[in-house]
Design a protein around this ligand. Sequence first.
Ligand code: GLA
Length: 405
Amino acid sequence: MKNLLKLLSLFFIAQMAAQKYEGLAPTPPMGWNSWNTFEVSINENLVKETADLLVSTGMKDAGYEYIVLDDGWMVKDRRDENGNLIPDPAKFPGGMKALIDYVHSKGLKFGLYNCAGTQTCAGYPGTRGFEYQDARFYADLGIDFLKYDWCNTEGINAKEAYTTMSKALKTAGKPIVFSICEWGDNQPWTWAGPVGNLWRVSGDIYPCFDCEYKHPEGNWSSWGVLKILEMRTDIRKFSGPDHWNDFDMMEVGNGMTATEDKSHFTLWSMMASPLFAGNDLRLATPETLKILTNREIIEINQDPIGIQGFKYQSDGVNDVWVKPLTDNNWAVVFLNRSDKPAKLKFDWNKHIIVDKDFNRTLDLTNDSYALRDLWQHRDDGNTNKKLNVNLAAHDVIAFKLKKLN
Ligand code: GLA
């Protein structure tokens, strides 16, 4: 009896420990987020038009599901007389609830943003001290996703703060994907598995391929694509279904060249990163949309075993990135890091590629694989033929490798 009680209490403790809503993000979440282009200049029409465009451009069909309103959706400096957050009536005259219903009516999901601190990064009311109340507010609105940031949190413990909000969301009773955004400062990959469904691994992205942008005001930087890609080493083993390393919202369509956008999108997919478009869909060119809706690349990102890729080798100019896929298939991406065209030679048959974290081996010395070119959308021979091509500056070639019997 005593043992049974002990077992039962252990069971309940385990239930309490698994505080997040489980299973909401079996593959990396995909959607659109307002911040990269609009910052706090957001409004009802933008959301409606974006929802319509996600449908009409085919992005929804390609997998983009969430519309997330980032910072700036609230009234500044105050809550209402009951302590509730106030969606800004000037930006959302029809009301937030009606807007969310509109997004839902398109078969899409909706997300909001707040911060664990006293104020959000842009100075709107933060959630500190209001965790359970704000969670009930979001549940009543019917949101599906909460991005929870880390500004103005002096003196707070990150694990505790995110755990409290995660429990508050669970208690409020509406399944809401919990997106942790503390920039990797407190190594969330080591503790946030039971707490959130995704967590940022870096500071903010910047629309350049390999730069660091030092903000003139204050002591912080935003980061180009390759900087974020390689900011953290050795954390891929912590990422997987329902607990993703998040490489930040994308900058596809926001000023890099089409080639760089293509590589950015390919690499985010290889990292099994959540894929949030961050561009103005009303101005998106056919080229940008073609990149964002490349289903063969998206399939690599959404592969159900959810293993983050890694850099297998580099000669300083050409990188080789690999990602294990279901059915013992692999994705292999060659990246020209340099800002000049480069020759690329790769003798597949000389390589045994080992993924130590997930215990998988791609033995190209013994096995042959069919090659599928994921940007040309065509079968391209097999691994018995050496690769010998020219790569434009910052370009990639992406293959799916399928084992031949
Ligand atoms: C932080 C986050 C960004 C964005 C802004 C909003 O910088 O990292 O992604 O949410 O705050 O103010």
